[in-house]
Design a protein around this ligand. Sequence first.
Ligand code: ADP
Length: 842
Amino acid sequence: MGAAPPPSSSTTHTPKPPLNPFLLLLLSSFPLLSLAAFVPADNYLLACGATAPVDAADGRLFLPDPPLSSPSLSPSPPPPLFRSARLFPHPSSYSFPLSPSSSSVGLVLRLYFLPFPHPSFNLSSALFSVSVAGSPLLHRFSPPPSPLLKEFFLKPPIASHFQLLLSFSPSSFAFVNAIELFSAPANLFPDDATPLPLSPPSPAPLLSHHSLETLLRINVGGPTVTPANDTLWRTWNPDSPFLTTPSLAKVASFTGQINYPDGGATRESAPETVYGTARQMNRGNSSNSSSPSPAFNISWVFPVSNSVNGYLLRLHFCDIVSKALNDLYFDVYINGYAAYKDLDLSAMAGFMLASPYYMDFVVMNSSNSGSIRVSVGPSGRSLPSKVNAILNGVEIMKIRGVVPFPREEKRNKYLAIVLVSVLGSLFLISVLIVLIVVMLRCRRPKNERPASQEAVTWSPLPVFTGSSYSRLTELTNASPVLNLRLKIPFSEILLATNNFDENSQIGSGGFGKVYKGVLRGGTKVAVKRGVRGSKQGLGEFQTEIVVLSKIRHRHLVSLIGYCEERSEMILVYEFMEKGPLRDHLYGLSHPFLSWKQRLEICIGSARGLHYLHTGSAQGIIHRDVKSSNILLDENYAAKVADFGLSKLGSQISQTHVSTGVKGSFGYLDPEYFKTQQLTDKSDVYSFGVVLLEVLCARPVIDQSLPWEQVNLAEWAMLWQKKGQLGQVIDPSLKGKIDHRSLGKFGETVDKCLAQYGIDRPTMGDVLWNLECVLQLHEKAMHGERFGDGTNGSLDVASLNVRQDPSISETAERENSIAEAEKGNLEVTTGKGFSQQFTGDSR
Ligand code: ADP
């Protein structure tokens, strides 16, 4: 291994590294690397021109490259690896044989340069190029006077030999102080990342096609991390030079264990020392320190070069500031674009605190601003007492070889070419479609129902145009379970969301970002864009399509369509104007909901869940019932959303043990947690917790409260058992709930939260009880009086649910919409109602 001077300027010499004794010495140095869990398949460390091994002070020894006829130089002491150099008077190359794994995962290449003073050579006058496999890494490069480390991540496929060529004009020469070349960890960088801005003038580059060159690597809120403390021997620098207003941020540091999640960030993404420090909002120093919810961002400005057209920006996060899961929500901005709203790190990083998570963006240098600005700031979902935002690390890489988009005068010409080709292709596609449609019509079996009969009224069918039709037929065999009628072309999604305009983003969740959009016909939709390439996401995506396309109910959020073109996973739902119920109960700015409105919302949600459990032929268990999965339309009518975790009931036998418990903390049925046996009674338990959230208007887990109050269900049930639930209700409801209505409500919650599923009511029972609660409240509001029933002892049978026309009408309407098809007319009369909803589950 090593470098050799060419015998002449026209030839290059390739040494045979495996036979080189220096290489053996080099490999035997690995046991020194106590911290390095990562062991590259190939690992070449050369101290060029040195006469003895050089200790890099990070646990590694760099070996002298083999004695060569080209001069070696030794300067006075700069850092160890810069103290010698190999000088090349003729164009030369290094050749390193690679193991097959390096060829497929890629390589990390580091080149060290320092033109130190030397009596015989003026290294500062060197001007040369360095290239790999014919493409230049450094072009007409003259090393600056201070130590410089150039780092590259070279993408596979790479040939079985890695050739590093140093070339220059006859009057010049090249030199290098040290070379590191080692196999990159698999999947260190993604093949693709979210582009910003989302509609740049030129398409965002696919990362899998480009090599990366490191520009900046920053340990936010912490000191310099030296190569000895990083499993990939990287240096991470402090962020203070880039912080715009230091007084707005304060350092957070964590000495506990960093929990690297399964399948997520690893020590190779960034070391514990980076994830263990962060900057967070310095709320004490905000301009208005008396404000309970200061609204400001922390910003960093990183200088970049205008001559580079695309950068990979990696942001590292690790929630080392929260005391409990789901405490921290914040927004992330890049160059002023809302890159991520309502980021909930606990949901992204394996439901653990102190668990690392990183995000990648391709930042297109379309504005030529010469900098990348990163900001983090509070989210509208934060509780006032928990407003915060953090950042732990930043990496910026140049994406090499991205061709700049033609600007100014060239641009019109380019547009004209694009327009002509698009119009030409459209014409061809239209002709093709007509042909295909004619052919299909001729071939359609006689007993098949015409499409118009199957299409539902809000169907997005008009958007099935152009090429998607041929994809439809193509996919029929590939994914038979998906409802292909709901497929929406990506072009329509782009149109509906204005190219995923950041102003259209309304939230983000476990699946990805959520945008508001308007389809061509004017239908408002919520567009959920899944994180591309995530396996977990793909499963949820398909479950959601299969489950949702089967069921229609006015208290369930309807799936309008989906899109899976270009490896996108996009779900399109009816738009719920007033958003999640949770945001109306507590949070930064929640409007007041009356007790009646709250009960109607609970009743609507109970209907949705009841329909899921019993209305569908198979029976569906939601598995993630919570107040953020109950959405409200413009009239505050409730619909249950998010079936990503749903399981079809028939697939779960009585003895079924599912592979993992899914659900959200604070809502999870303890019996399901213990036994992992899932039944519809788990949804009943979670719904009971939602009922308490509605009554008490506080989060289900709130670590900032005294320990006995942290868990809402435990705390409220303590008071319910004492018959004093009224002590812990939302203060804004005090004096506004009839005590019988409250008593019946508390009794219903108590039953939902029974320890064993068998003792809990069905959703049908819950629905009926909530109807009673509403009636009791309304009658009290109208001045009517009932007997002396105390909490929980009111004889609800004395209430005639038929007396209130609004309830029976609702029930009948409900029935006709949801159940008519199945002849399951369960809510048609008062008698039928009570028969249906009493005691049939236990
Ligand atoms: P999670 O995975 O946390 O349940 P989602 O991905 O379902 O979150 O949704 C995230 C946010 O997007 C919600 O909190 C809500 O604000 C918004 N959202 C989701 N679906 C809709 C919809 N159909 N209409 C309006 N807003 C929605």
